[in-house]
Design a binder for this molecule. Structure first.
Ligand code: SAM
Length: 330
C-alpha cells in the first residue's frame, strides 16, 4: 500500500476497545460515554480486518485502546493473529497497555508471539500516579512490569510530559528505566478530545525544552535507531538504554508516517490528527469475501493526508481533534 505522498503503509494500529480502567487526566474526562457494545466489532471481525491489512502488506500490528487488556477474551485475538507471525507475513505483533492487567496476561502475550510491549507510565510516585490516572494503582502496574520482565518481554515505557506534574521526575524515570532494562519515550501532550475542566495549554510541555534540561545531567548520544514510529531516539550513555522523544507539537513527524489506525467499530483513520475516515465495517459485513473490503482499504489509503495540524495555544480553547486518543489508540 503506497499513499499519494509515496509513503509505504506497513503499520496498522488497532484500538480494540474504547473502554479503559484508568481515566488519565490528559486523555479522558472522568465521566466518559462509551460506545454501545452492539457497535463494536467482534474479535473474529477484528481478526478478519487485520488479516486483510496483512495480506495487503502490513508488517507491524499494534493492539491498543482504550485499554486493550480489559477487553473480554482479548488473548484469543492475540493468539489467532500470532499465526501471521508463524507464516512470516507479519514481522511484529505488539501492544500498548497501561499495565494494569499485565501480571495476568504477560505470559500469554509472550506465547502468542509478542516480543516487545509499550507500557504507559507517567510517574513513579504512587500518589501522583493515582492523581494522573484518577483510578489507577501504581503497584499493580509495577507487578505487571515484573511479570513482563520475567517472561522476557522487552518493555518500552511511554510517559506523557505534563507541565507541573511529572516534569521534575524525568531524571528519576531515566535512572529507573536504566536499572530495569527498559527504554523510555517521552511524549508531548496532544490536543485530542474534551477532557473536562483542564485545558491542554496548562499541561503542555515542549520536549525541545526538556531535552535541553536532561542534557545537563545525561549524555544523550544521537542514534539513527528507528522503530518505524515518530520517536527520535538517543542513547543515554550513563544507563546504556535508549530515550525517545515524540514531538508532534514542536516537530512535525508526518513525512515518514507509515501507519493507519483502525477503531473497534471498524472506522479507519488515515491520520491521528485529522477528521477524515473510512467505514470498513460496512464492506466487512456486506460480504463474506474480502473484495469490497479490499477496495475500501485501497480507496482510503489513496486519501491519506500529508500531515496533521495540531495546535495548542490560548486562542484554541477547543481540542484540534474532537475524538479522544482512546478512540483511535495512542
Ligand atoms: N490504555 C493503553 C495505554 O495506557 O497505553 C493504550 C491506549 S492510550 C490512549 C495510549 C497512549 O496515549 C498512552 O501512552 C497515553 O498516555 C497516550 N495519550 C493519551 N491521550 C494523550 C494525549 N492527549 N496526548 C498525548 N498522549 C496521549
Amino acid at each position: 500500500m503506497i499513499d499519494p505522498f509515496g509513503r509505504h503503509i506497513s503499520y496498522l494500529r488497532v484500538s480494540v476497545t474504547d473502554r479503559c480502567d484508568f481515566r488519565c487526566v490528559y486523555c479522558m474526562a472522568e465521566d466518559m460515554t462509551f460506545l454501545p457494545k452492539a457497535e463494536i466489532l467482534s474479535l473474529e471481525e477484528l481478526d478478519r480486518l487485520c488479516s486483510a491489512f496483512i495480506r495487503k502488506g502490513v508488517k507491524k500490528l499494534r493492539l491498543t485502546g482504550g485499554e486493550p487488556l480489559v477487553r473480554r477474551n482479548i488473548m484469543s485475538l492475540f493468539r489467532s493473529l500470532g499465526r501471521h507471525l508463524d507464516t512470516g507475513a507479519l514481522n511484529e505483533l505488539t501492544v500498548t497497555t497501561n499495565g494494569s492487567q499485565l501480571a495476568r496476561h504477560a505470559e500469554e502475550l509472550r506465547s502468542a508471539g509478542v516480543k516487545r510491549i509499550n507500557v504507559s507510565l507517567d510517574t513513579l510516585d504512587p500518589e501522583k500516579f493515582t492523581a494522573i490516572t484518577r483510578w489507577g494503582k501504581l503497584d499493580q502496574v509495577l507487578d505487571g512490569l515484573d511479570a513482563a520482565k520475567r517472561v522476557g518481554l522487552a518493555v518500552k515505557i511511554n510517559a506523557v510530559a505534563l507541565k507541573g506534574v511529572n516534569d521534575t521526575e524525568f531524571d528519576r524515570l531515566i535512572e529507573w528505566c536504566g536499572t530495569q532494562g527498559f527504554d523510555l519515550t517521552l511524549i508531548e501532550v496532544m490536543p485530542m478530545g474534551d477532557i473536562g475542566g483542564e485545558t491542554r495549554i496548562d499541561q503542555y510541555l515542549p520536549l525541545s525544552l526538556v531535552r535541553g534540561q536532561l542534557q545537563r545531567h545525561w549524555t544523550l548520544e544521537e542514534t539513527d535507531y528507528r522503530t518505524g514510529g515518530p520517536a527520535r531516539y538517543y542513547n543515554v550513555r550513563e544507563t546504556g538504554r535508549r530515550i525517545g522523544f515524540i514531538t508532534p507539537m514542536t516537530h512535525n513527524f508526518c513525512e515518514s508516517c507509515n501507519r493507519v489506525r483502525l477503531t473497534c467499530t471498524g472506522t479507519l483513520y488515515m491520520c491521528l490528527g485529522q477528521h477524515d475516515s473510512t467505514d470498513l465495517r460496512g464492506p466487512l459485513r456486506a460480504s463474506p469475501d474480502d473484495a469490497l473490503l479490499d477496495a475500501a482499504i485501497d480507496e482510503a489509503i489513496a486519501r491519506k493526508p500529508k500531515g496533521h495540524d495540531f495546535i495548542i495555544d490560548r486562542r484554541h480553547a477547543k481540542p484540534t481533534v474532537s475524538r479522544h486518543m482512546s478512540v483511535t489508540g495512542g
